[in-house]
Write a protein that binds this ligand. Structure first.
Ligand code: BTN
Length: 265
């Protein structure tokens, strides 16, 4: 990665000013959590070309070919209680969608159909293009620090993905038809993130859920959720104000899922 290029393109006041670039690391989230414990400032950013132990949600692995995609962790210190973590993660998904849309527009590419899959997968034409993993350091009920990790598939062609991902994952390059310059996308994304983050903090994340719902196409669909009793087929009913999933069981009962996974949608 060309750090000079990032610094030249960066138009933020704090996000990315304290930037750690690692050629190879276990996980950018782990690195950012360590920096948080050492008191790194808000807006600290960690990027890497390759992760040896890239983490996905629910103890899954995050695979990304070396040097092709964006592996990024952002450190923030939101003045919020623990209940807001889910909503901040939904907000991060909103920001990522808006930033991809504005990046494509700025570079005169065609529009693409981007949407979210609860809680925070980004899909383009139904295939996963990015995932978000938020990890927090808490002091009692307060968020002491939050690391938001983004894995954004930019340049790995579907045909070059591991076989088990080809059917379900995609990259931005499939739509731009030419490589996405990682440094330029990063500078653009950090600018979008900074602009939104300050507004979100001022407005208590009140607009997050309505905007997220606009990007979600799962309402009314049958989904399969992982529960302690195995998988269960339910109906995707709604998202409540805290960003939790409300689903309807086959017997009509409405239930809430705070965090978990939807296996299929
Ligand atoms: C998911 O979809 O399950 C979340 C994937 C998050 C992956 C990113 S890559 C950068 C950051 N570091 C990690 O170890 N994970 C996140």
């Amino acid at each position: 990665m060309d750090i000079d290029r990032i610094n030249k393109k960066l138009q933020t006041s704090i996000f990315g000013k304290n930037l750690f670039y690692l050629h190879e690391i276990d996980s950018t989230n782990n690195y950012a959590l360590k920096l948080a414990k050492e008191g790194a400032p808000e807006g600290t950013v960690v990027v890497a070309d390759y992760q040896t132990k890239g983490k996905g949600r629910l103890d899954r692995k995050w695979y990304s070919a070396p040097g092709e995609n964006l592996l990024l962790s952002i450190l923030i210190y939101p003045e919020q209680e623990i209940e807001l973590v889910q909503k901040i993660t939904l907000a991060a998904a909103n920001i990522l969608i808006e930033s991809i849309e504005s990046y494509l527009k700025k570079h005169h590419y065609n529009k693409v159909d981007i949407n979210v899959k609860w809680p925070n997968d980004l899909l383009i034409n139904g295939k996963k293009t990015a995932g978000i993993l938020t990890e927090s350091i808490l002091r009692e009920k307060h968020i002491k620090a939050l690391v938001i990790g983004f894995g954004i598939n930019l340049n790995t062609l579907e045909s070059k993905m591991p076989l088990e991902l080809r059917e379900t994952a995609t990259s931005l390059i499939e739509f731009t038809k030419e490589p996405v310059i990682i440094e330029d996308f990063l500078a653009h994304f950090l600018y979008c993130f900074e602009q939104s983050y300050f507004v979100l903090e001022r407005t208590n994340y009140s607009q997050v859920v309505p905007l997220w719902k606009k990007y979600c196409k799962q309402f009314g669909k049958t989904i399969s959720i992982e529960t302690s009793n195995g998988n269960e087929e339910v109906c995707f009913y709604d998202i409540n104000d805290e960003g939790h999933l409300i689903y309807r069981r086959t017997d009509g009962e409405l239930k809430e899922l705070i965090s978990g996974t939807i296996v299929e949608a």
